[in-house]
Design a protein around this ligand. Structure first.
Ligand code: NAD
Ligand SMILES: Nc1ncnc2c1ncn2[C@@H]1O[C@H](COP(=O)(O)O)[C@@H](O)[C@H]1O
Ligand code: PPV
Length: 262
């Protein structure tokens, strides 16, 4: 990958999009992970106003520390960046209580995990509306178009997606070039939505390099073309990709036959 050229391309794309949208800046959620560190830094490089938000909900200390260190780095380095911490833990607990959420139920727990992501989306859109900013998404190609590893209308609810055409390994390459902190570059990718410390790989059953391989071969192969670990990874990818079609494709609209409308 021509890393420096890709960086300039994305920064120009963000600038062009902003100019044509009649909006005034960007808002990005910063979690202490690699994707949001890269997106927020690219947004900072536009020179336009950027608001970066750290939004803990029962977050582990290491995630919070990485997020705040990155926000400090951005606000010190770029005059156009401002940062804020919005602790959503009490909001989440209040909503859980109003919903009478039963945390012991596994399905309910997934729904609750996704609720955390949706509370962040609401917060990002509050600040976007307040300042006439755009919500910048942080999904990469594997998450958004491979396995649907995002919350529908949570972290998937965004205005623009600057890195969604990049594989996770390419996001890491950009992070190196942007001098993102070692602690963020070394952190295990995690969705941070659970009270335990499970990583993305723990949840998915395959690593990002494995999923990148599967995404590459998926179009022209079937599971039986492979054996052993490759077969297993292909099956994981294939299953998740099928399940994610409703997230990848536009929302189905019930098209009314013309003759019924006259
Ligand atoms: N970037 C990240 O790393 C990240 C961020 C958030 C969440 N996650 C993970 O992503 C996963 C999200 O969970 P999910 O996908 O079960 O929840 P989701 O809420 O994103 O999607 C499920 C919802 O989609 C709708 N739906 C389901 N099947 C459908 C169909 N065929 N057609 C139309 N709509 C349909 C239903 O409303 C259902 O509740 C979790 O594993 C979570 O941990 C990862
Ligand atoms: N704690 C967080 N603070 C701010 N923004 C966050 C936080 N956790 C997640 N986000 C945003 O959501 C996306 C996806 O998160 P994953 O950690 O990959 O699930 C992340 O890039 C942030 O923009
Ligand atoms: O989306 P992020 O920034 O939380 O990155 P990761 O998913 O690698 O933790």
């Amino acid at each position: 990958m021509k890393t420096t050229k890709v960086i300039s391309y994305i920064v120009n794309w963000l600038n062009d999009y902003l100019k044509n949208s009649n909006t005034k800046g960007f808002v990005v959620g910063v979690s202490g992970g690699i994707d949001s560190a890269v997106v927020s830094t690219l947004a900072a490089q536009t020179g336009e106003p950027v608001l970066v938000l750290d939004m803990p909900i029962h977050q582990s200390e290491d995630q919070v520390t990485r997020a705040r260190e990155h926000i400090k780095f951005l606000t010190e380095q770029y005059k156009n960046v401002s940062g804020k911490t919005i602790n959503l833990t009490t909001t989440f607990e209040a909503l859980k209580s109003d919903l009478h959420a039963d945390e012991s139920h596994e399905k309910n727990n997934l729904s609750l995990a996704n609720t955390r992501s949706r509370l962040r989306m609401i917060t990002l859109y509050y600040y976007a509306g307040l300042n006439n900013y755009l919500v910048c998404g942080t999904g990469n190609k594997i998450e958004d178009f491979g396995i649907g590893f995002f919350t529908k209308y949570g972290d998937g609810g965004v205005d623009i997606s600057p890195i969604a055409d990049l594989l996770k390994s390419q996001v890491f390459e950009i992070a190196r070039e942007l001098h993102i902190s070692e602690s963020i570059q070394k952190a295990k990718p995690t969705d941070g939505l659970w009270t335990d410390e499970r990583s993305d790989e723990d949840q998915i059953g395959a690593s990002y390099p494995e999923l990148e391989w599967a995404m590459k071969v998926h179009e022209n192969h079937k599971a039986t073309d492979f054996t052993g670990r490759e077969r297993k990874v292909f099956e994981i990818y294939d299953r998740l990709n099928r399940l994610a079609q409703h997230k990848i494709n536009p929302i189905p609209v019930c098209q009314i036959p013309k003759e019924l409308l006259h």
